[in-house]
Unconditional design. Sequence first.
Lengths: 289, 289, 289, 289
Amino acid sequence: MPALDGHTATLLMHCRDQRGLVAGVSEFLARHGGNIVYLDQHVDTAEGVFFMRVEWELTGFGLAPEAIGPAFDEALGERFGIRWRLHLSEEWPRMAVFVSRLPHCLYDLLSRWQSGEWRVSIPVIVSNHEDLRPVAEQFGVPFHVFPVTAGNKAEQEARELELLQEMEVEFVVLARYMQVVTPTLIDAFPERIINIHHSFLPAFAGARPYHAAHARGVKIIGATSHYVTEELDAGPIIEQDVTTISHRDSVEELVRKGRDLEKLVLARAVWAHLQRKTLVYRNRTVVFD
Amino acid sequence: MPALDGHTATLLMHCRDQRGLVAGVSEFLARHGGNIVYLDQHVDTAEGVFFMRVEWELTGFGLAPEAIGPAFDEALGERFGIRWRLHLSEEWPRMAVFVSRLPHCLYDLLSRWQSGEWRVSIPVIVSNHEDLRPVAEQFGVPFHVFPVTAGNKAEQEARELELLQEMEVEFVVLARYMQVVTPTLIDAFPERIINIHHSFLPAFAGARPYHAAHARGVKIIGATSHYVTEELDAGPIIEQDVTTISHRDSVEELVRKGRDLEKLVLARAVWAHLQRKTLVYRNRTVVFD
Amino acid sequence: MPALDGHTATLLMHCRDQRGLVAGVSEFLARHGGNIVYLDQHVDTAEGVFFMRVEWELTGFGLAPEAIGPAFDEALGERFGIRWRLHLSEEWPRMAVFVSRLPHCLYDLLSRWQSGEWRVSIPVIVSNHEDLRPVAEQFGVPFHVFPVTAGNKAEQEARELELLQEMEVEFVVLARYMQVVTPTLIDAFPERIINIHHSFLPAFAGARPYHAAHARGVKIIGATSHYVTEELDAGPIIEQDVTTISHRDSVEELVRKGRDLEKLVLARAVWAHLQRKTLVYRNRTVVFD
Amino acid sequence: MPALDGHTATLLMHCRDQRGLVAGVSEFLARHGGNIVYLDQHVDTAEGVFFMRVEWELTGFGLAPEAIGPAFDEALGERFGIRWRLHLSEEWPRMAVFVSRLPHCLYDLLSRWQSGEWRVSIPVIVSNHEDLRPVAEQFGVPFHVFPVTAGNKAEQEARELELLQEMEVEFVVLARYMQVVTPTLIDAFPERIINIHHSFLPAFAGARPYHAAHARGVKIIGATSHYVTEELDAGPIIEQDVTTISHRDSVEELVRKGRDLEKLVLARAVWAHLQRKTLVYRNRTVVFD
């Protein structure tokens, strides 16, 4: 399998905590000649759930990629009741980006993609406004506008979904997309829509968080990236960060400082997702280092 | 006035923003031979309010401490409608500490006081439990217990107030005091009761914030120090800080990490208050550097 | 002067600390009808130096822009020995960017400029390599390559200087430019060349700081933005920030995490410079909030 | 073994990286009925070294504590060449504290000990000055003074070592102890003397780091806790943290802000050591979460 040289496989798994799980998984990989390059596990003792991420080199590994899943299920998966996902490093994820009018997160995502910092494909950018078309064109990424009104929202989302499926999109990033996403999209991309919210959730959920933060007189502002669920601003949190502010900062200054936070927090969350380091369980995330 | 050698006076003031305020104040001090060692001002352009803190050396200053206020009012205060407070560095504030059962903030406050890190007096510690009496005694500070029940709260707070007044207490620090303070105390110490809340308010207001933070799956926890007002956990914020957490952290770990935050944030808030660097306006604070 | 509507003027000044400075400056502006929108001052008591930044609205101000300097000098500058610079918000600074092969800081600077986040012009990008020409072209900024060898460095820098002067460049940003800049450029742009160094200086000055940080086993890495002086990595620091790392992080991970720090720290430093909030004195900076 | 109820054992180990290590260790514990409550491992791929920390419940474990080591060596230790240490949670470490004149770290350590926050014993405090005796006495800990002069240093350290051995001290914390410790002590406590240095090492090693930081004009200051080795300020780093400063901060302000950092960073390092989460390899540390 010369095509696999330098490539790795990653198993993300969780199940009820039981004795022998780490021993079983590591023994399975050892038996097939897999050299582990990363292993991290976590036991949620309160819930009694076991989580694990293990990554190993495919060079010299005794199973073809398509044979790994069935062999793992036969050896361990069924016995322990493990729910798992397998990812191969040679397959680059396909990511769609949704934007409205604010460009800072879009620039940042496109720069990381174009410069080769991230191993990702961006087949399409979706927007409800024309404003950012020049940015998309400058980076050479197709840009589709679906204007949303009170009356056509369901219809437009259905068309967006069709486009995403046609483009074989794996996951979606809402890069300051100012529309509430409905179950039409959420159900098609469960735990695969990443949003950036401009506050340290759960503080200042909803609209205009910088105005709310200024009115409350907080001394820190933040940003939160989370997977989108049907409950607005309440999905499992992937990444958060904050910065200090003072009485000197007007709302405009909060917006300005917040922009940098939003870019950074969203980029870290997308990176964790791309690295296959995130697992969701009961509206909370395990994010391996 | 040899007693004033090395001492300073500080004026904290605010009024409607008008032209000539900085010029007027600095000219007033210059005229009396005051050497300014600190001047900071802030204009809230949205509210149209001017805030200023100015500190100057009393050595060589042409006015006796008791004459400063009247002279300032005559020169500027009445004309500009300035509300001001004068503080003299030679007068050490008298601080009461309220505690319940958790000792970490109390140890920290007492250590800073006893070691001379802070120029403050602590004439009394008040508690609703006996638990921390040994700590108070070890540091040589009088400890008074007022057990609070559903039926006797008003009466006990009245007795506490009496004690604080007898002790000539200037301000009160609630160092993880697990009782809601009522207007009996709040009205007697407006903007002079400092509380520490174990979350980054307004997130997780109310009881058991670490449990709530764990359940929500946030990636940062925080602590907030604020002046106490009648609306619970909603008073003007003096200081906030946060620390990162991960899926590995149990509620117990959050409590452990949070303790260090609480100590630090409370200590910074008390320090700002002691330095006369805080001003409250419409439920927000100006905290000068 | 209708063209001045909404515009402001900013005076940055420093001199020996003397009584009456704040009063004098604020009185000067009040006399000409200047409405102060920002005033901050700092006294370095150890050095006995006074620093001030004051910004006021030009609408309604009684002096034409070209008359401000002479009037200020006559009223105060000569008497107090004030060194000052005047900046007008209507004049956008012209910034040159120097790069080598690493694109992340360049993308970030160009995105902030193109999106209108910064009021700045970028008339030219200079490089010693061809690699980043496509990025410059995509953003529509002229890109000039001056390959540097051991033998032609002085000559190439002279040509670069000529280009910068022809383009009327006000200040230069070294955005991971991997060449030591010599006095040819430094003397032409004193305190006007901003560099980003990929460590928390003075730790790990010189080349390959991430390798050095990994070898030393530090638990934090950082980035430092500073004005360039003849002594390498020793110029006055404008901005620094850090991020935590652990034993899990390889050198490659440090490089990856560091990239985001470099972008952010450089952007904050350029912003402070653009806002005219930086003053240099004896190899240290005053950076007003 | 009823005495073991609720207690755990922890194995800290490292060896050359080989296949089957995780499988082997987890299988060994499973075979004896050990329920793992914590497992973390790290592979330094550059050095080819494997590190692991595993903690399991002793209740129901099939080996008596004194039999664990021999059984582990027979099953795995010798085959894989594992160097390991075994710790039992029921055995509280005995910690000596060395101080000079600055009290803030001492107060913090004693408060954490006395309040039961840490499971540690403090049988003795050693100092080269009398100053902090009242603090030690107030907390009820024996205080021994060994005045050090140029002529008697070796002799005094020998006496200190004798005292530590007599007190069965396991590890030593230098809580702002202003003397260089020599091999007499270092060799007796290898990787078991923890120091706090008041800078973000390797910046500002040596004496008076706050003065050096102020002179250099850095925008952040830090503190570093490390194991003491013969090369001054160069031992393996356990914990670092920083705080931002500005041009407003005098050296005295740096000292004041630094104190809080020193307390916090030292406490975190001691906590990691107490939790048996630190491993040293080639002058670097692995600090498990």
